[in-house]
Design a protein around this ligand. Structure first.
Ligand SMILES: CC(C)(COP(=O)(O)OP(=O)(O)OC[C@H]1O[C@@H](n2cnc3c(N)ncnc32)[C@H](O)[C@@H]1OP(=O)(O)O)[C@@H](O)C(=O)NCCC(=O)NCCS
Length: 167
């Protein structure tokens, strides 16, 4: 395994794709990398999302959802041979004005060390570069504070948000 010291930005991009960069981590023994272009193993992604308690979705549909997303971000525990996916987020949007964040997840083993916050910073950094004007997301009740602490605001009085469900 390559240490974070020897993992320079050129090598990171070689291994994880354009725009990849190290994720700051409070654990010196861990080398974590953000990537917006490294392809996902759908089974590994499904396992990550299942590990945070989300129900499984048909893989063919997930594959298409990833292909149709504006951004798909992986947080990888670095290993030159087999990096492990430990975090994920994706965004849909028009790439100019509006974006919506979905499926934000950090593997339970890695939670509570600031990685979720770093993941959201990375997502917003990319959206800012696209000069996105507004970013939205739908937070589960138990996670609302996670976003509020990072400066997100709740839609006032919940009276401008509308949903349509196909069922
Ligand atoms: C929500 C999630 C992404 C947070 O990731 P994480 O790596 O554990 O979070 P961090 O360690 O970066 O926490 C950052 C800050 O938010 C706080 N925080 C983390 N989870 C929180 C929660 N559920 N509610 C309120 N605050 C929370 C932390 O205490 C920390 O506070 P601090 O900055 O004052 O120290 C992660 O818990 C997760 O994957 N949960 C399951 C999936 C999920 O619910 N995703 C969100 C869908 S809307």
């Amino acid at each position: 395994m390559t240490s974070s010291r020897s993992l320079n930005s050129v090598l990171i991009e070689e291994l994880y794709g354009r725009g990849a960069r190290l994720c700051p981590s409070c654990d010196d023994g861990l080398t974590l990398v953000f990537s917006q272009s490294r392809p996902f193993d759908l089974i590994e992604l499904e396992q990550l999302l299942a590990s945070v308690g989300w129900s499984r979705r048909p893989q063919r549909r997930v594959k298409r959802a990833l292909e149709n997303s504006l951004l798909t971000i992986g947080l990888w525990n670095h290993n030159t041979r087999i990096p492990r996916l430990v975090g994920f987020a994706r965004c849909t949007g028009d790439g100019v004005l509006e974006a919506t964040v979905w499926d934000v997840a950090i593997h339970p083993i890695y939670q509570g060390s600031g990685l979720g916050k770093e993941l959201m910073k990375y997502v917003l950094e990319i959206l800012r570069k696209m000069r996105t004007k507004r970013v939205t997301l739908f937070a589960d009740p138990g996670v609302v504070d996670f976003y509020l602490r990072q400066g997100w605001v709740l839609e006032p009085k919940g009276c401008r948000c509308a949903f349509w469900y196909a069922n």
